[in-house]
Design a protein around this ligand. Structure first.
Ligand SMILES: [Zn+2]
Length: 269
């Protein structure tokens, strides 16, 4: 029996896990009877053991149960670790742990082919994805990306190099791959300068952390060209389209009242 005083805590955890991982809230609810079999002498010990039991059930679900069920509904996970055959991986392993790496089999095939073509041109580099989609249910958005709800949308990280030596690096300086914004070369090219929107985050305080790095135009252009030849639609800020010198009818600007695309590429099929 769960005491009514702990119910708001569980409710909050279920809501948070659902928003973050889609099925984590359900995993918590179904694991509650098991967790409440665990008794310990102190409250903190009991919470620790119950928390570990939840983590175990969650990991088991994420690794074994969810991928099998998602496949029945037409979604498959993108690779979590790159290898020779699948040179594609998340910018942060958390995207896999939170089950935010699901796509349709068609999108999986498109992206894998692009990653393989990219690896042929740049043998030491790996295409890195960010948020994709959740495992189930067309129409369930992966917040904060409202359009990532049909298994056909994937965000991809830029490539970077060290600013002082122009040495390419094979990782994203930003922890999540997002929020390291490429500024336009002049104020005139800042398309959304006077059009503020709560969806267009700034995080100016975060930018000095990445001062040692800059976008690697050569490899990012290479990825963008492969996407332009394959994807149905790509989103990127206009000043980056101009700087990278890629023009295509499927390469578009998302507008000022949407999440900005000067820290990643959005692609859809
Ligand atoms: Zn996106």
């Amino acid at each position: 029996m769960i005491r009514s005083s702990v119910m708001p805590g569980y409710l909050l955890a279920v809501l948070l896990l659902t928003a973050l991982t889609q099925v984590g809230g359900l995993v918590l609810l179904s694991g509650l009877p098991l967790m409440h079999l665990i008794r310990a002498t102190s409250v903190w010990q009991q919470r620790l053991w119950r928390g570990l039991a939840f983590l175990l059930v969650y990991l088991l679900s994420a690794i074994a149960i969810v991928p099998a069920l998602a496949q029945l509904g037409g979604r498959v996970p993108l690779p979590c670790v790159a290898n020779k055959a699948s040179p594609l991986q998340p910018a942060n392993f958390g995207y896999c742990l939170l089950m935010r790496n699901y796509v349709t089999p068609e999108t999986h095939a498109h992206l894998l082919r692009i990653a393989q073509q990219f690896r042929q041109a740049h043998p030491d580099s790996t295409v890195r994805y960010l948020d994709a989609n959740f495992p189930f249910w067309n129409g369930f958005p992966l917040l904060p990306h409202l359009s990532h709800k049909d298994g056909r949308k994937v965000d991809l990280a830029f490539f970077y190099q060290r600013k002082d030596t122009q040495t390419p690096v094979d990782f994203s300086p930003a922890w999540l791959g997002y929020w390291f914004y490429e500024q336009p070369p002049s104020h005139k090219e800042a398309t959304c300068q006077d059009k503020q929107s709560w969806l267009r985050w700034d995080f100016a305080w975060l930018q000095p952390r990445y001062a040692a790095y800059e976008i690697d135009a050569t490899r990012t252009r290479s990825l963008l060209q492969l996407l332009a030849n394959d994807a149905q639609k790509i989103l990127l800020e206009p000043h980056l389209q101009a700087r990278l010198g890629v023009q295509a009818t499927n390469l578009k600007f998302q507008g000022c009242r949407a999440a900005r695309h000067d820290d990643h590429i959005h692609a859809q099929w």
